[in-house]
Design a protein around this ligand. Structure first.
Ligand code: AMP
Length: 206
């Protein structure tokens, strides 16, 4: 089983992915986390990805697709949760050739652009465990529960958020239509507290 989480940046994919992975025992692959780790390591992947990421653009399809398809192949006997992939129709086509439609459950978290801007500007992330904090949560100005420093992602700065939304509408939204034809997509309202959104997602999976 492969669960795919889609939705605009800031819709809560990362937060919901953490909850879903823990609740259903799924292996969580966040391509954003994978790429950020590669940038910190300074690996070949990180060097290729860095400039695209900090300017809010997508990393080229041929750079990320092979990495994810290898990962899926390697973990093919486990339940997987994909967070942040596929982001383009090219990536979705690559995935659709590697897996059976019956094994795919695609979930799209919907959120309006105004709410995306509000949320991303407030978001802080732990440098060590990648836990995501919104400004309204305790601890968001200090340190993560794991002791890691909280920071604002470069691409959560106002000038980059607008561009990421444009990229989402132009390149990632068509992926939802792709999955409507390939398998099916459940659309879930992303407004509200994380637990409320999680309950909506759970209702579609149980
Ligand atoms: P995220 O943490 O999912 O918001 O991803 C952060 C950044 O990583 C994106 O803005 C892209 O630059 C890059 N990225 C993550 N996943 C992908 C993907 N599937 N295809 C291309 N770029 C990606």
């Amino acid at each position: 089983m492969i669960v795919i989480l889609m939705g605009p940046p800031g819709a809560g994919k990362g937060t919901q992915a953490q909850k879903l992975a823990a609740h259903y025992g799924l292996r969580h692959l966040s391509t954003g986390d994978l790429l950020r780790a590669a940038v910190v390591e300074g690996s070949e992947l990180g060097i290729k990805a860095k400039e695209y990421m900090s300017s809010g653009q997508l990393v080229p399809d041929e750079v990320i697709t092979g990495v994810v398809l290898d990962y899926i192949h390697h973990h093919r006997y486990q339940g997987l949760l994909l967070d942040g992939f596929p982001r383009t129709v090219f990536q979705a086509e690559g995935l659709s050739k590697a897996v059976s439609a019956d094994n795919v459950k695609a979930i799209s978290i919907d959120l309006k652009d105004e709410e995306v801007v509000k949320r991303l500007s407030a978001r802080r992330v732990c440098r060590i465990c990648s836990w995501i904090y919104s400004d309204s949560l305790p601890g968001s100005t200090g340190t993560c529960e794991c002791g890691g420093e909280l920071y604002q992602r470069d691409d959560d700065k106002p000038e980059t958020i607008k561009h990421r939304l444009e990229v989402y509408h132009a390149q990632t939204k068509p992926v939802i239509d792709f999955f409507k034809k390939f398998s099916s997509v459940v659309e879930v309202d992303g407004l509200g507290k994380p637990d409320e959104v999680f309950a909506r997602i759970q209702a579609t999976l149980d």
